[in-house]
Design a protein around this ligand. Structure first.
Ligand code: ACO
Length: 324
């Protein structure tokens, strides 16, 4: 029996036009470029226009990925959007995006809520549905308008986030045809640390969306532990060594977290993809956004072995190993 695998055939991303620099931020809250750069590595972030929603960002990134994949929208038979900032509490943002793109009528569409780990969670779900024969061409999008969820008077958090979207198209292939595709994923969660990073409210508690609140040090400590740990565990599962990995694409929250992760894994600095300086933390969008940018620049190539690793609110975390 031939073994089905999920192969990456499309990559796309989208960033809103408006850019907010650290200097711009220093006019809104008591902060400065030096503090933000030293502590986070962030230099600027994109901010969605007033009339731009998460679904609009997701739509643009998806079109970009479908174009790259050279497939017709109506061949897509699964759509997953990873987001913590949906247009509406329901329906899911994925249903809106799927309809706007013109995916196959009746194809399942759903959102995944795993905060900054959402894209890795979504990849795993798509991979499982492809492997089981439930889907052939899956569109997976990470999209966020974090600017709508931050408290613009709280300098501890508002400097850290940005808006954006990234997307990939996965297609069913067989292991005999080539050695490419998703090799392994590991997902984790620990709700015991729910309160360390969360919104101040939600539909069933405060009846509004709330805004972001976090214990920065606790987040930092756990992120630099579990981002590398996820990679170690998934590498073992995939039967590869850390040395085999061509590129590590970690969730982009903070340059010190990213560099600490690479260091704990003993990886060459050059192998760790960093884009947080340009986009800040775009939550579930950060990994597919960094992937698409680096594919399009020619840095990351077909055949490369990639590890994704993510960590976010919940806490949730997870990692994947992929042969592009
Ligand atoms: N500008 C100027 N000063 C600031 C700012 C700011 N934007 N934000 C905080 N400060 C001040 C604080 O008020 C504090 O002042 P005080 O000592 O007078 O009280 C001082 O800077 C130091 O604050 P610390 O919390 O000690 O700074 P730290 O070195 O821990 O850095 C940071 C804070 C950057 C938030 C760090 O803890 C961190 O990166 N944590 C991870 C958080 C993260 O990335 N969250 C994203 C979501 S989770 C995820 O995606 C993985």
């Amino acid at each position: 029996m031939s073994m089905i695998r999920s192969k990456f055939v499309g990559f796309g991303h989208y960033l809103p036009e408006k850019v907010l620099t650290n200097d711009d931020l220093s006019k809104i809250v008591d902060t400065n470029d030096e503090w933000i750069t030293d502590r986070t590595g962030i230099k600027q972030r994109s901010i969605a226009a007033d009339n731009e929603c998460t679904s609009d960002l997701a739509y643009e990134a998806a079109l970009n990925a479908i174009d790259y994949a050279k497939i017709e929208a109506n061949e897509i038979d699964l759509v997953i959007v990873a987001t913590a900032t949906p247009d509406n509490t329901f329906p899911s943002t994925s249903t809106k995006v799927a309809d706007k793109i013109g995916v196959k009528k009746g194809a399942p569409a759903f959102d995944i809520a795993a905060a900054c780990s959402g894209f890795v969670y979504a990849l795993n779900m798509a991979d499982l549905m492809i492997k089981s024969g439930q889907a052939k061409n899956a569109l997976i999008i990470g999209a966020e308008t974090m600017s709508r969820l931050v408290d613009w008077t709280d300098r501890n958090t508002c400097v850290l986030f940005g808006d954006g979207a990234g997307a990939v198209v996965l297609t069913a292939t067989t292991a005999e045809d080539d050695n490419k595709g998703m090799l392994a994923t590991k997902l984790f969660a620990n709700g015991g640390l729910y309160d360390e990073l969360r919104t101040t409210g939600g539909v069933s508690s405060s009846k509004d969306a709330g805004c972001i609140q976090m214990n920065g040090r606790e987040v930092f400590k756990n992120a630099v532990t579990y981002l590398p740990d996820g990679v170690k565990q998934v590498a073992k599962e995939a039967g590869i060594t850390i040395d085999d990995i061509d590129w590590l694409i970690p969730h982009q929250a903070n340059i010190r977290i990213i560099e600490g992760t690479g260091k704990k894994l003993g990886m060459d600095k050059e192998k760790v993809i960093i884009s947080v300086q340009n986009h800040a933390n775009t939550s579930a969008a950060s990994i597919p956004l960094a992937l698409s940018e680096n594919i399009r620049s020619g840095k990351v190539k077909e055949g490369d072995l990639i590890a994704f690793t993510a960590f976010g609110a919940g806490f949730t975390w997870g990692a994947s190993v992929v042969r592009l």
